[in-house]
Design a protein around this ligand. Structure first.
Ligand SMILES: Nc1ncnc2c1ncn2[C@@H]1O[C@H](COP(=O)(O)OP(=O)(O)O)[C@@H](O)[C@H]1O
Ligand SMILES: N[C@@H](CCOP(=O)(O)O)C(=O)O
Length: 321
């Protein structure tokens, strides 16, 4: 679960007086999530999500994340909106952490997404890419090639504890990606973590996207590759080409991919698989036993990475060329 920082009821009541949010009726920690501490609040006005920003979130990035939600929402994307304080600021402090109130999004995430849901996700991702145009702030992707190397430097010495031979395999993967990473593809604001737990559905209808705390400026097709990794593999590790096809068709129904983007999908997918492998590996090796967070399996992403390595044409992702 992810509640790293506890809050005292009196402090929360005091914090809420800065907002026009009504009076507190109840609050509870939310078990899901990895990065931040989240609480569900019921007030006399409306349900709200309270987020306390934790370890990997830089305070200086918060205006980008919160402003982005406002920009995307104004552009027609369904996503939470930060609630301004009475003084207009979007950010306050609670229990010594930067904290924000955001609107509660109806829906729930799908534990067993089907191909038809992948199509909706592809569409919503493309809508987000379009809605992100014109956003005034920028944020470089801290988890691209350089950031991967930093994570790897911190994990490399113990990597073979997780699987023998990993040291050599990941070292040469990083070399490959450094040499082949595409540079001239369309870029813009990407979500960068659009996993099933960050997409809400009401029945089969997508009700919105959450968790913009990895959002940044990067290649749009890299975001597509993140979604292929996160949505289109089955529990047994097999790639589901029907899901891939639906995801890509859904995306292209809003924003067609260029030939260069399509050609780059295998290398981008290797990069995104490595990115999630590395953060999971780092967390696996450093999260203390008994911590209140569910550690995610790095090897799931190693298997995905190996799959992308043997792709010989983007057609294998379900694209019709
Ligand atoms: N705006 C929201 N509306 C409804 N539920 C939310 C909202 N934001 C977060 N949640 C709940 O909190 C959980 C964790 O949120 P998330 O932003 O993914 O956390 P983290 O950044 O720590 O991974 C989500 O799975 C969801 O259950
Ligand atoms: N999606 C990442 C972990 C980040 O978790 P989130 O709760 O912020 O989506 C992974 O699966 O490794």
């Amino acid at each position: 679960m992810a509640v790293y920082t506890d809050i005292a009821e009196d402090d929360l009541r005091w914090f809420l007086t800065e907002y026009d949010a009504g009076t507190l009726l109840s609050y509870k920690g939310i078990a899901e999530g990895v990065e931040n501490s989240n609480f569900l609040l019921h007030t006399s006005k409306a349900p709200l999500i309270l987020t306390l920003y934790e370890k990997r979130v830089e305070k200086s990035d918060l205006p980008f994340f919160l402003g982005l939600m406002q920009h995307l929402s104004a552009g027609g994307l369904s996503c939470p909106l930060p609630l301004p304080r009475k003084d207009g600021a979007l950010l306050g402090t609670l229990s010594g952490r930067p904290a924000a109130l955001i609107s509660f999004l109806e829906g729930m995430w799908l534990r067993k997404p089907e191909a038809k849901h992948c199509r909706e996700v592809g569409k919503a991702l493309a809508q987000m890419h379009v809605a992100g145009e014109g956003f005034a702030l920028t944020r470089p992707n801290a988890l691209s090639l350089e950031g991967w190397q930093v994570l790897w430097d911190k994990s490399e010495a113990r990597a073979d504890e997780v699987e023998p031979g990993l040291q050599n395999e990941i070292r040469s993967e990083l070399n490959f990606l450094r040499a082949h990473w595409p540079k001239d593809l369309p870029d813009g604001v990407i979500h960068a973590d659009l996993f099933p737990d960050n997409v809400f559905f009401l029945g089969d209808e997508l009700s919105g996207l959450i968790d913009f705390y990895f959002a940044c400026n990067d290649l749009l097709a890299y975001d597509v590759s993140i979604c292929l990794n996160a949505w289109c593999f089955e529990k047994d590790g097999a790639y589901n080409i029907t899901k891939g096809m639906q995801m890509l068709e859904g995306y292209q129904s809003v924003r067609p991919l260029s030939e260069a983007e399509i050609k780059a999908l295998p290398v981008l997918s290797r990069g995104s698989a490595l990115r999630f492998f590395l953060t999971r590996l780092y967390d696996w090796l450093t999260t203390p036993e008994g911590a209140m967070v569910t550690k995610k399996d790095p090897l799931e992403y190693l298997r995905k990475l190996r799959f992308h390595r043997q792709i010989s044409s983007p057609v294998e992702y379900g694209l019709s060329l």
